[in-house]
Write a protein that binds this ligand. Sequence first.
Ligand code: SAM
Ligand code: FES
Length: 347
Amino acid sequence: MSTKYTELIDKIATENNATKNELIEIITNHENDNYLFDKADELRQKIYGKDVFLRGLIEFTNYCKNNCLYCGIRMGNHNVERYRLTKSEILECCETGYKLGFRTFVLQGGEDLFYTDEMLCDIIKTIKSDYNDCAITLSLGERSFDSFQKLYDAGADRYLLRHETSNPEHYTKLHPQNMSLKTRTDCLLELRRIGFQVGAGFMVGSPYQTTENLAEDLLFLKDFNPHMVGIGPFIPHKDTPYKEYKQGSMRDTLVMVALTRLLIPKTLLPSTTALGTINPQGREMGLKAGANVVMPNLSPTRFRELYSLYDNKICTGDEAAECRVCLEKRVISAGFKIVTNRGDSKV
Ligand code: SAM
Ligand code: FES
């Protein structure tokens, strides 16, 4: 272990800040990874103790009008069988989830205009009136500001919208021409202005990403100070233009998670399914590197495989209860405990 780097990690942990060059130094030097992970763990335990929060993920539609080049459910992929859940199917997921101790439901889907504001508001209001001690997180991509406001007024609490990359040129390599980083970040700012608890984030190892980009992403997050941060490895999908690109590394993803914890100590950080997909112990390692959220899947088993963002996604065959038990075991084996309250951010 080199003292130079441990001192730098200590400085970042104390000041919760770093320069781009300092971040690049940590990312490129592999020798002190365990020291970094321990520091991140220490900081998160100072704020959240050993608590790990549960979010029940409901992947309610795999229709999408976008064509993001990395994503398995992009519009241009004609090999996907598309599905949409009805309101009553979504409510059944919530019922199962509530019995299993979930107090946050995450409604995630492609950008699917079939679900109008009216339909979504109706679903949100029903969930909130049936389960008034639960939080609703939406992850529906970009919508009009007016729509965001209506969803918030209907009772939605949180919104996840990964920025994907904070570098405009890199953004254009990952997305078609009609999408822009500016629109994405304007949405994030508006969501926060409206009053949502907001989540940003990015993929590690996405095509054309450089170490500099990773450092820029961390600084973007530091500046935006989101309540939640989603970070997972890029994993290729066989029916996308980026099918030949290699997946993001476990090590780099863990380093990004740990550095995010040091820069934004109070943020809620999931140990993602993608991390569990590239390594059987990935989610445990994520928790030990500063993550404090897990998101078991509540979607009906028959649709799981169809929500295929990347190849070999795990947990597609398990019932909700099995996912819940499996994740609880993993959380305990990593030395933490699951809590069943709403788990709001302290940011
Ligand atoms: N449509 C919403 C949106 O755009 O925010 C939510 C669904 S989108 C599929 C959720 C996230 O999946 C994206 O933000 C992206 O980071 C991640 N994702 C998509 N394709 C992926 C891949 N091939 N590997 C890893 N993560 C991927
Ligand atoms: Fe729309 Fe991935 S391209 S969810």
